[in-house]
Write a protein of this length. Structure first.
Length: 642
């Protein structure tokens, strides 16, 4: 489970927090967004410097002071919100001055936009400042100057956090994997930044420094070479922007480790078997013969079925096999209690019997591209990994394939890209063939036609339609290639789950700088949808965590279709359960057809939560709408149903 953040100071703990609205009461903006009409007096007024005037005669107003105020003392590091800066200009008698030119400036830490450079009848000039120049925690200094009088105010840019997840207890000499995640104030991934890792007792970490990937994450291995208590520390950035996180680890003095198979080993389906072996030593001496060890697994059958075996010369072995493909998480624990170790393996199908071929889009304009996916299964519908799929193209438009062959992944899928040529084809005039092990499948594409442009979008509003349900307004716009509105076009809609998230919502730790009125979102890991073929049913090989159900739940819905108005616009609502917000990712798709040619667009996102439903009251800490823990568990391993 995720470790506590050391430097989490954002007012937004979740990227997907929207303001809630009653069904008839209108709506409120995105939590933390601009729009606060109240000007804060706290800490906003700068110190006057120098003293000057605007002119030489008694008729010209003399500027004596400038007070610089900010609508918000802090903004998020994501760059999605801003603070309004007001400069109040007065004379020596405290009277506000109209028509005074004010020069605003911000240091290199912020982006400044002047909205009114001359004071109005109330003596106020305005600007806005945002954090778009970077996603580090820092301070932006904004200065206003008029007639050689200047004053400044500071706006804190906060919310970038670093977290660490991994086991909190491991045995001596074992190696465990940990993940650190760098996020901005809205939960957005921060890629390309260096993360340093260190152990307080100098146990080995590898690598000791690594760059975050596109998901803002790094993965590293930790080896427990000495027993006792250790603390892992991960750090990023420096100075006032520095963020860090800690993970306490208890290391048992026993050596209790898997010696076989290797972590992540691929195992063929039954009748093949795999031997699992544990080595147990105390102070360098094998544990006494006959000491029982309990094995368990999320997939497959153990022999003996009880999973209980005794040690011989410090070793205990058991065999495992499976009729279905997919990951398996294996645990071994001394039967009388003690350290638990885990090992992940993957059962793979080896003999292709079926192949399906599908294009993301079957109607393309010239020069457009689409993804081509071949899915391979065995005779029992298990997804086949490591199958080489060969692709062939028949195409009069001079289009091309990105690869001639590809190898299937754990979902049994091999993907390539098709790019259309510069001319149109007949209907279904492009033929793509995928072949493996003597079996093949085909897909036809059409290039050209009268394809329309289609786009979908939403705002920052959620509506409460019941105590258990949200509705999020969306809009679809259909135009032709010149941007002209297309009226009376039927648009078909669908929403499909693509991922589910494990993790918790935790009470705020105000001592660490967390906002006292916000449940804190702590995701452990995101797992791809188990419904690989998107048919809504649990098929062989799809149950990745082997719990007998299909994850995630299909808890979001849209209308089947909508009709565009004279402006080419159609509005609709996405409806979903509050209990699933932040725990499910979906793909929303809109499709329209003209003269047999299909145009579509997609958006992928996680279901949002309304800000009031994540409010934390210390005196009455009611659970947040999505619950204090994910309905899909809290483990960092997608093969673990817990």
């Amino acid at each position: 489970m995720s470790g506590k953040f050391l430097a989490r100071a954002s007012a937004l703990s979740l990227a997907l927090i929207l303001a809630a609205c009653g069904g008839d009461d209108g709506s409120t903006p995105l939590a933390g967004a601009p729009g606060n009409d109240n000007v804060s007096d706290g800490g906003g007024t700068g110190t006057d410097t120098d003293s000057g005037n605007n002119g030489g005669d008694s008729e010209t107003p003399t500027v004596a002071s400038i007070a610089v105020l900010t609508s918000s003392p802090q903004i998020g590091t994501s760059g999605l919100n801003q603070a309004e800066i007001s400069a109040l200009v007065r004379d020596s008698g405290g009277v506000t001055l109209e028509g005074i030119d004010v020069r605003f400036s911000a240091d290199n830490n912020g982006t400044l936009t002047v909205t009114q450079g001359t004071t109005n009848e109330s003596g106020i000039a305005t600007a806005t400042v945002s954090s778009q120049t970077g996603r580090t925690n820092r301070t932006i200094t904004v200065t206003a100057e008029a007639a050689n009088i200047s004053s400044s105010t500071n706006v804190a840019v906060t919310g970038t956090t670093l977290s660490i997840s991994g086991p909190s207890a491991i045995p001596l000499n074992d190696t465990a994997q940990y993940t650190a995640a760098l996020r901005d104030s809205d939960g957005g991934a921060i890629a390309g930044e260096s993360i340093s890792i260190e152990s307080s007792v100098n146990n080995a970490v590898s690598p000791g420094s690594v760059i975050t990937n596109s998901s803002g994450e790094v993965t590293f291995e930790y080896t427990a070479a000495s027993s006792g208590t250790d603390t892992l520390t991960v750090r990023s950035f420096s100075g006032e922007s520095s963020v860090s996180a800690l993970q306490a680890i208890e290391i048992s003095p026993d050596t209790f480790i898997f010696t076989a198979p290797t972590d992540g080993a691929e195992v063929q389906l039954a009748p093949a078997t795999e031997t699992l072996t544990i080595r147990w030593e105390q102070n360098g001496t094998p544990i006494a013969d006959g000491t029982p060890i309990q094995f368990s697994t999320t997939r497959g059958t153990l022999v003996p079925a009880s999973g209980l075996v005794n040690t011989t010369n410090g070793n205990a072995s058991i065999t495992i096999s499976s009729d279905t493909a997919g990951p398996s998480l294996i645990e071994a624990t001394p039967s009388n209690g003690g350290p638990t170790v885990k090992r992940s393996i993957e059962f793979v199908a080896a003999t292709p019997a079926k192949i399906r071929l599908q294009a993301d889009r079957t109607q393309l304009a010239p020069r457009e591209s689409t993804t081509i996916t071949a899915t391979v299964q065995d005779s029992k519908d298990n997804l086949v990994k490591n199958a080489v799929v060969n692709f062939n193209l028949v195409d009069s438009t001079n289009g091309g394939l990105s690869e001639t062959s590809a190898t299937t992944n754990s979902q049994g899928q091999a993907k390539i890209t098709y790019t259309a040529g510069g001319s149109s084809s007949n209907t279904d005039g492009v033929l793509i063939t995928a072949s493996t092990a003597g079996i093949d499948a085909t897909e036809n594409l059409t290039i050209g036609g009268q394809a329309l442009r289609i786009s979908i979008g939403t705002g920052n509003e959620l509506f409460d339609v019941s105590p258990t349900t949200y509705q999020q307004p969306w809009t679809v716009i259909v135009t032709d290639s010149s941007g002209n509105a297309q009226a009376n076009k039927t648009v078909q809609l669908s929403v499909t789950p693509t991922e589910y998230v494990k993790g918790i919502y935790d009470a705020p730790d105000t001592a660490s700088g967390e906002p006292e009125n916000q449940w804190q979102y702590e995701p452990a890991t995101a797992c791809v949808s188990e419904d690989v073929n998107q048919n809504g049913s649990l098929d062989a090989g799809e149950d990745a965590n082997n719990n007998g159900t299909l994850e995630p739940d299909a808890s979001a819905s849209t209308p089947i279709e909508v009709l565009t108005n004279a402006d080419g616009i159609a509005d609709f609502n996405l409806t979903y359960l509050k209990s699933q917000c932040s725990w499910i990712g979906v793909e929303l798709r809109a499709v329209t057809t003209v003269s047999g040619t299909e145009s579509d667009t997609k958006q992928s996102f996680r279901l949002s939560c309304a800000a009031p439903d994540l409010f934390y009251a210390q005196q009455n800490p009611q659970a947040p709408a999505p619950g204090t823990s994910s309905p899909y568990g809290v483990s960092t391993n997608c093969a673990d149903p817990n």
